[in-house]
Design a protein. Structure first.
Length: 425
């Protein structure tokens, strides 16, 4: 007798109860979004929506104009078809492509409704997405490193905050962005070291410990802010690092539209791209990465073949702290040019959600972080366009979409088997 979960059953078009529940759960989410798209299309105003393609400096081609209502209707129908097909039988081997098409159709339908008769600055949206995604991606990479080794890193938020404070103060005092970035890495490693020691050596519950470390980082940076930066001359002495200047990539920065928008970024953005590639290769193409993943899946079996489980976990957590600390540096020397209390603003928890959505894979987590960055950038664009949506609703939209996206991913993915489980030799 052949189980419905076997490959033979799948080849015959059968479906196990668990796979069916997952399909229906995600299909219901797609159906709700498709219904919202239809509702938006039905109330989209007449006139054109213009997608601005000008570079940040104002140069470039004119906007691309599309009829708002017809475009919204067509895209809403596409979204409905994809949702219906997924509910009916699933999307099969084309799922990745069709999910992408669904997302684009829903977003453009929403923009057609919100920007009918107006100009939507597409290049600003792209640049904003990249800027807002950079710390999220670095935080998500930290989460992937830790959880692939079996340690849950709830403390990403604290590592980002510590890195942001250290980068601002040290870069101001030293007058060097490089020294400030190194200080951010050290601060991130320090918070990660606390996580490693208490969770790996003393077997403290990792989730509770992570929350405590976030509170600790928030408190210590707030205290130091009051003692140093809040002084009458403190801001000039300790919180005036400046902002990294963008570096144009030769040849690529000359590409029309995308060149000045994507390939004229700061060193921290380029470092983020390099880290995504390096961590992906290290995890899936090196012996060290194989050992790390073995420790995260079955530490007892890994130990029987001579792998130092505790050593690997320490390395993973400390490396994750270094990456998250660099993400914190982006908030200050890479973006705003100064530190304010709690400036990470929940980005560490969104990065943790990106880890789950990305199936604990560096590339998947990066794509999920880009999605969250896109929604945050879209919030800012919609405020500028003066849409009828209340400001408070716009501000909560990225977090609401985070919950919806993770809810759709839960049940679709499986974390490393030993994630969060202490190991006692």
């Amino acid at each position: 007798m052949i189980s419905s979960g076997t490959p033979v059953a799948a080849a015959r078009g059968l479906e196990s109860p668990e796979l069916r529940r997952r399909r229906l759960r995600l299909g219901a989410l797609l159906a709700v979004l498709a219904i919202i798209a239809v509702a938006l299309a039905s109330i989209t105003g007449h006139g054109d929506v213009a997608f601005g393609l000008a570079a940040p400096g104002g140069s470039g081609p004119g906007p691309v104009r599309l009829p708002a209502a017809p475009t919204a209707v067509v895209l809403a129908i596409i979204a409905v078809i994809i949702a219906a097909v997924h509910l009916r039988r699933g999307l099969g081997r084309w799922s990745g492509l069709l999910f992408t098409v669904f997302g684009i159709a829903f977003v453009v339908t929403f923009i057609c409704w919100a920007a009918a008769g107006k100009t939507f600055p597409l290049t600003n949206q792209i640049q904003g997405t990249l800027a807002l995604s950079t710390p999220l991606i670095l935080g998500a990479l930290a989460g992937v490193l830790c959880e692939r080794a079996g340690v849950i890193n709830i403390a990403i938020e604290g590592q980002l905050l510590a890195g942001a404070f250290a980068a601002a103060v040290v870069a101001t005092v030293s007058g060097s962005f490089l020294v400030g970035a190194v200080a951010a890495i050290v601060a991130g490693i320090f918070v990660a070291w606390l996580l490693a020691v208490f969770s790996i050596r003393y077997l403290v519950n990792q989730i509770v410990l992570g929350v405590v470390l976030v509170v600790f980082a928030t408190g210590i940076t707030g205290y130091l802010f009051d003692q140093l930066i809040a002084l009458p001359d403190g801001s000039a002495r300790f919180n005036n690092p400046g902002v990294l200047q963008p570096i144009a990539v030769p040849v690529l920065s000359s590409i029309p539209i995308l060149g000045p928008t994507v390939f004229d970024q700061t060193a921290l953005v380029y470092t983020m791209v390099v880290l995504v590639a390096v961590i992906t290769v290290a995890l899936y193409r090196t012996r060290w990465g194989l050992r790390m993943r073995a420790v995260g899946e079955h530490p007892r079996a890994a130990a029987t073949v001579g792998i130092g489980v505790l050593r690997i976990r320490y390395e993973a957590v400390l490396l994750g702290g270094a990456v998250a600390g660099l993400g914190g540096a982006y908030f200050t020397i890479g973006s705003t040019g100064g530190f304010v209390k709690e400036m990470s603003a929940g980005n560490g928890f969104i990065a943790l959600a990106a880890v789950i959505m990305g199936r604990w894979h560096p590339i998947g987590a990066t794509c999920a972080a880009l999605f969250f960055g896109f929604t945050k950038a879209l919030e800012g664009q919609l405020q500028v366009l003066a849409t009828p949506i209340p400001t408070e609703v716009l501000q909560m939209t990225p977090y609401l979409l985070t919950v919806i996206a993770v809810a759709g991913a839960v049940g679709q993915v499986r974390p490393p088997r030993a994630d969060g489980e202490p190991y006692v030799p």
